[in-house]
Design a protein around this ligand. Structure first.
Ligand code: ADP
Ligand code: MG
Length: 730
């Protein structure tokens, strides 16, 4: 096995940078070349069909059959002209990734003649034999069929394979035959329309021209790169995406010399290459840099409408996986691939904007607009405060459990960072006496709102330890896991904010009716109350500190480190009520999702546990015993030569190895036993709990002696690629 390690190290060290061939010149010349976008539609569809499709995209209306036929036909011609031979509905089942099943355009007709076809019906709807996708018991009770349906709001795209032929991918939702949602995209779409409706009702208080509010997302993606040969020599990376063993290298991230450092040539070539592929798919990647940990990097796009941005993030990850192989890398999206150094997140920058072009979380220089801004800001704060546990549940996975509340922040406590200036603004609103405004008076001056604009515009505070931070014109949800589908947390934010905005509008209408008050006065009165009710969620200090945990507990904020525990929030009646009221998920769908999440959690820990057992016994212990035998021989020889004192240190090492080996063997046996016991537990919640505690607790206990052995055993014999090799060879 050590042979494999050294072979891999040799291979990795001998790599050349792969040359990337991209056209010189402007990005605009190839941006979106592989998508069926607005320009293509305008050129290829009849004016009538074009108008219908674009209206349907804006309003979410259904597209009728004739139009679908015309769109399908245009899509096919376009795709075939670009070298596509197949098409697929591209959807996001609850496995976390995307799914596809390719059908050829080519077919034969009744007399055996070949033809190319793609009918409107195939564009609009397909019935994949989907019985193997997670459904949380929903379909078993009816029938095993599901169908996928075209989402016209996200453009179709072409993905090319190694042979150079392409597949036309049609973004789709995935539902059961009885109508239950079985994917990540459909509830996201529903949450977006709930938010649109609720936010528009509030936005029109300030500007009656607003007809639509869209949520926006810019998802910063962190990842690690590891040489392909080294990756393949680590079964844990291959199968679980993270290392279960490995002693920390002498140099980790303590010098902080990687962050924003110059990018290594091989890595840079990879970045240029995948960005090129992304740009052709209309994914607006803009930023690339080294992250804090060695071998860790980040890619960030310009923000887009949330549904599109979520699709693009899933696609970006897919493109990165494929392109990395070409550059002899493997990209790691796991939240915690290496112990002792930073893990990876996906920072979801979220905001709302109107069809009149206004960012509702963007401060303004005009007092009237400031009031609108503060209104939306405070409503988001209130929504997060009231539904913090739901937000926490939306990011609970076995991978993210290693970050949140474990060895690394952000903590599992949901809190909001605002920055000193914003805090001051809210304090002013909260503490100022309600004044009544007479006719002709300047309401903003009287309410103290005229001072807000100038204060806010230079709000540049940053707090990297906050899970949910206001960053000047958007919120950054930093606790999302790097491997997650953003659709899940985005769906929850949209839903809780929509629900909150509905309540705000109701309160506003009631006050206005009752008191015939001036609108500004009424708004400030409601906001005052919201600030009072939700300010305990605001925290400006160090989210990673021990003091915060204590303070948060005193404030009554939840701190749930365990993923299964956090997921339970989904089942709380008050949250189910919100999902149902906003028309996003039914109680049945929520239960199904909860089950799927728990199953996922159990399976992931089960795989890791098996890996740990296997690697510990068949790689580490076996190597240790062989090495020990060598030492025993040496000690014997020394003793035969009467060199007793010289034999002493060797005997000590032999003893230490023996002790570690027996500890490892014992723990592995106990862990296997615990697994056996857990596997027969019928109750899913109970089983998840056993996996999350009884079984997972062994991981560290086994890792510790294994990592100690790594330091004792001759480097020449150690079978697993070491951290310093994984992290520094590129
Ligand atoms: P920061 O300095 O806060 O990191 P950046 O300008 O680098 O800000 O933006 C980080 C991410 O936030 C980018 O993906 C960017 O497109 C996104 N972003 C900027 N404005 C918005 C917005 N209004 N809504 C959603 N995301 C946004
Ligand atoms: Mg950021």
């Amino acid at each position: 096995m050590a042979r494999l390690r050294f072979k891999a190290v040799d291979e990795a060290q001998g790599r050349q940078t792969i040359k990337v061939d991209i056209p010189v010149g402007k990005v605009t010349e190839y941006y979106g070349a592989n998508i069926f976008n607005d320009d293509v539609m305008r050129a290829m569809l009849s004016p009538e069909a074009y108008t219908k499709v674009t209206t349907a995209i804006k309003s979410g209306e259904r597209i009728d059959r004739e139009i679908a036929d015309e769109v399908a036909s245009a899509m096919k011609s376009w795709a075939v002209s670009k070298g596509a031979t197949h098409y697929t509905h591209w959807f996001q089942p609850l496995t976390g990734g995307s799914a596809e099943k390719h059908d050829a355009f080519f077919d034969i007709n009744f007399d055996g003649k070949a033809l190319e076809k793609f009918k409107g019906s195939s564009l609009v709807q397909q019935e994949p034999d989907a019985s193997s996708f997670p459904n949380g018991g929903i379909r078993a009770t009816f029938e095993a069929r599901g169908y996928t349906a075209w989402d016209p709001t996200s453009p179709a795209f072409i993905i090319y394979n190694e042979a150079g032929t392409g597949t036309l991918c049609v973004p789709s939702i995935f539902v059961s035959y009885t109508g239950e949602l079985l994917d990540s995209k459909s509830p996201l779409l529903k949450s977006l329309s709930a938010l649109d409706k609720a936010a528009t009702e509030v936005a029109i208080i300030f500007d009656r021209h607003v007809e639509k509010v869209s949520a926006t997302l810019g998802a910063e993606q962190e990842y690690f790169l590891v040489d392909k040969a080294l990756f393949n020599a680590r079964p844990d990376l291959m199968m679980a995406g993270r290392t279960v063993f490995g002693h920390a290298p002498a140099k980790g991230q303590q010098l902080e010399d990687h962050y924003f450092g110059s990018i290594a040539p091989r890595v840079n070539a990879f970045m240029v290459d995948f960005e090129f592929e992304c740009l052709k798919l209309g994914i607006p990647v803009r930023t690339r840099h080294n992250e804090v940990a060695p071998a860790q990097f980040e890619a960030a796009p310009t923000f887009e409408e949330v549904n599109l941005a979520c699709d693009h993030n899933i696609l970006l990850m897919d493109v990165m996986r494929r392109v990395s192989k070409k550059h002899n890398f493997e990209v790691l999206f796991h939240e915690k691939p290496f112990a002792g150094i930073n893990g990876s997140g996906k920072h979801n920058n979220w905001s709302m904007s109107t069809d009149t072009g206004v960012n509702l979380l963007g401060p303004s220089t005009k007092p009237k607009e400031s009031l609108r801004f503060v209104t939306f800001l405070v409503n988001v704060i209130k929504a997060v405060h009231d539904n913090a546990d739901l937000l926490r549940a939306s990011i609970a996975t076995s991978g993210n459990e290693h970050r949140l509340g474990a060895n690394e922040a952000p903590p599992a406590i949901v809190s909001i960072f605002l920055g000193t200036q914003m805090i001051k603004v809210l304090e002013d609103i909260e503490n100022k006496e309600i004044v009544s405004i007479e006719k002709g008076e300047n309401a903003y001056i009287k309410l103290g709102l005229n001072r807000i604009p100038s204060i806010l515009l230079d709000n540049t505070d940053r707090n990297r330890t906050s899970p949910f931070a206001f960053t000047g014109n958007k919120f950054e949800y930093r606790a999302v896991g790097s491997s997650a589908n953003s659709a899940q947390p985005m769906m929850v934010i949209n839903t809780i904010v929509a629900n909150q905005l509905v309540k705000f509008r109701e309160a506003y209408d009631a006050e206005m009716n009752e008191h015939e008050g001036k609108k500004e006065e009424v708004i400030v009165k409601i906001l005052k109350q919201y600030i009072k009710e939700s300010k305990k969620i605001l925290f400006e200090g160090n989210g990673y500190s021990e003091e915060w945990k204590q303070e948060a507990a005193q404030r009554g904020l939840s701190n749930v480190a365990s993923a299964p525990e956090a997921l339970k929030a989904y089942l709380r009646p008050e949250f189910i009520e919100i999902f149902e009221k906003m028309g996003v998920l039914t109680e049945r769908e929520i239960h199904a999702r909860y089950e799927i999440e728990l199953e996922n959690y159990i399976k992931k820990i089960q795989i890791e546990s098996r890996l740990i057992g296997d690697l510990a016994m068949n790689h580490v212990v076996s190597t240790a015993i062989k090495y020990q035998t060598k030492l025993v021989q040496t000690a014997k020889s020394l003793k035969e030569m009467e060199l007793h004192q010289e034999a002493e240190p060797i005997i000590n090492i032999i003893k230490e190895i023996s002790a570690r080996v027996s500890e490892i063997s014992k723990k592995v046996e106990e862990m296997t036993e615990a697994r056996k016991q857990a596997n027969v537990v019928e109750d899913l919640e109970q089983r998840a709990k056993l996996y999350g505690n009884d079984i997972k607790n062994f991981f560290e206990e086994i890792r510790y002696p294994v990592d100690k052995l790594e330091l004792l055993i001759d480097d020449e014999d150690w079978p697993l690629v070491k951290y310093r090799e994984l992290l520094y060879i590129r």
